[in-house]
Ligand binder design. Structure first.
Ligand SMILES: Cc1cc2nc3c(=O)[nH]c(=O)nc-3n(C[C@H](O)[C@H](O)[C@H](O)COP(=O)(O)OP(=O)(O)OC[C@H]3O[C@@H](n4cnc5c(N)ncnc54)[C@H](O)[C@@H]3O)c2cc1C
Length: 485
């Protein structure tokens, strides 16, 4: 079934979305019943000029590749010559070893929550690069070990097994580095898609933390055995500074910043509201939220300080534009953690890490189409309420019961003169693919001239992106957010 709500009237540009709450009063102690339609006491002003610098994907890649070239130059500088099969194998192993040492620093830096990276690339792309880079590093680690053992064995005219035993027992820190290599290999195997599906997210996450142990174990091996570092103080200094910088970034952005943010903003749960079967909104109160500099479309990692939830943080998008003393997230019950959020009590303290994400529409002067599927409506709901200009929202859900925020969306459409289309039901009920290029074009006149934002389950997102491309929307004007890292 497709139902359409159209409203005419001038489009309204709201820099911050309206929240309820009497003027100047503290945040409400329970979930507001109508979060959209009453004006806010203190709306957050838009501050477009006050954003951290964005780095594009090409810029980041260029920096990473430049680093890799310097690493290879370091090997070149420290290698007087390569002789015989043993020399070539050893040389190749040394280069791969250096690239591993450099690569793990890059992988950790990508996950350090550095704001320009988070804003420029977006957390989901960073996570994809991290995962892809992780696979390369594991292969490099294995190849490094095999090449070095083979190279030394060829040079010494002994077999690889006895040379490996010599390396493990007589070279400084090789044993520790081998343990690190096996740890990385194990983490790589657990992170493979097939294995990930069978392992709980938390289990995978805590195993993943052993990466830090592996990096620490392998570090001294690099300086003690790496030909590029032995006797080269400048290289040792540069290498150590690189590791130290990334360590400081991780500690600062992943540990210190959330603690400081809590001290400043005093996040706490003020109420929980049922929105639809299995979907709830959590209202988080606090102070000075305008200084969070959060945009509609962004998400935070939330750590709720209850006995059972404090140890893990989960990403949830803002489902309404941030107010100066109130934030809202809307959560679908998909597992232990999301289910437990329904039982949160007012007053529960919260650590919030963010805002993150690059799913934040800029005003390009074009019309905008928002395509939401299921709980992917959350960031798009906030964008729909605040995005200036001509905006059309298309919301795909499998049944009427699964539609979240229907009243709010209709009110927003009416208030801003926007348009919302609900595509509800199975393909059979609808009589075909509701996200086909033909249907999208019929719902959004001039679709190929518009900017498109898509958020939903992975399958729906890729189908929507394909349909938009087929409908003539250029790739660079299609933006999407994945709820899976
Ligand atoms: C950028 C982003 C924004 C999101 N916004 C929303 C939102 O607004 N509303 C909403 O309902 N859901 C949102 N999600 C999804 C939400 O984070 C997961 O559904 C939730 O963490 C599931 O946890 P669980 O323990 O209940 O379920 P589990 O059964 O443990 O996990 C289900 C799946 O969720 C993912 N997941 C679990 N824990 C985490 C975690 N700590 N970090 C990243 N992924 C995790 C994994 O892919 C896992 O397979 C978002 C996810 C991302 C990455």
């Amino acid at each position: 079934m497709t139902s359409v709500a159209r409203r005419s009237g001038p489009a309204r540009h709201a820099s911050a979305e309206a929240y309820p709450g009497p003027g100047g009063d503290p945040a409400p102690r329970q979930a507001p019943s109508r979060p959209y339609d009453r004006p806010s006491a203190r709306p957050v002003p838009a501050r477009p000029g006050n954003r951290p610098a964005r780095i594009g994907a090409r810029g980041v890649l260029a920096v990473i590749i430049a680093g890799a070239v310097i690493v290879i130059a370091l090997w070149w500088h420290s290698t007087p010559g390569v002789h015989g099969l043993g020399g070539w194998l050893t040389g190749a192993g040394e280069i791969l070893g250096l690239l591993c040492g450099y690569g793990v620093v890059v992988l950790v830096a990508l996950m350090s929550r550095l704001p320009p990276l988070e804003r420029g690339l977006g957390t989901d792309k960073l996570a994809r690069w991290h995962a892809m880079g992780g696979r390369y590093i594991v292969c490099l680690v294995v190849a490094h070990g095999l090449l070095i053992a083979s190279g030394y064995a060829a040079t010494a005219h002994v077999n690889v097994v006895s040379e490996s035993a010599t390396l493990l027992t007589q070279y400084p820190d090789v044993l520790m580095a081998t343990v690190a290599g096996f740890l990385l290999l194990g983490i790589g195997i657990v992170s493979m898609r097939a294995a990930r599906r069978r392992v709980r997210y938390e289990t995978w996450y805590f195993l993943h933390l052993y990466t830090y142990l592996a990096i620490a174990l392998a570090f001294s091996h690099q300086l003690a055995d790496g030909a590029a570092f032995v006797g080269n103080l400048a290289a040792r200094f540069w290498w150590s500074a690189m590791y130290l910088t990334v360590l400081v970034l991780v500690l600062w952005y992943r540990v210190a910043v959330p603690l400081l943010a809590y001290r400043k903003h005093r996040f706490e749960v003020v109420g929980v509201k049922a929105e639809a079967p299995g979907v709830i909104s959590v209202y988080i109160g606090g102070r000075r939220f305008e200084e969070l500099d959060a945009d509609p479309g962004q998400f935070f990692r939330w750590r709720f300080l209850t006995r059972s939830l404090w140890w893990s943080s989960h990403p949830f998008s803002l489902s309404a534009a941030p107010g100066s003393d109130l934030l809202r997230i809307t959560v679908k019950n998909l597992g232990d953690h999301s289910q437990a959020l329904a039982r949160l009590q007012p007053g529960t303290r919260v650590f919030a890490e963010g805002p993150y994400g690059a799913f934040t529409p800029a005003d390009s002067g074009r019309g905008v189409v928002l395509l939401a599927g299921g709980v992917g409506i959350t960031p798009l709901r906030a964008i729909f309420a605040t995005m200036p200009g001509r905006v059309t929202l298309i919301y795909r859900a499998s049944s009427e019961r699964d539609l979240v925020f229907r009243d709010e969306l209709d009110q927003i459409a009416a208030a801003r003169g926007g348009c919302v289309h609900y595509l509800v039901g199975s393909r059979a009920e609808i009589g075909g693919d509701p996200l086909s290029p033909r249907i999208l074009r019929s719902l959004v006149p001039g679709l190929d001239e518009q900017e498109a934002y898509v958020c939903g389950p992975a399958g729906m997102t890729s189908a929507a992106v394909r349909a938009l491309r087929a409908a003539g929307v250029p790739r660079q004007r299609i933006h999407f957010e994945s709820f899976e890292f």
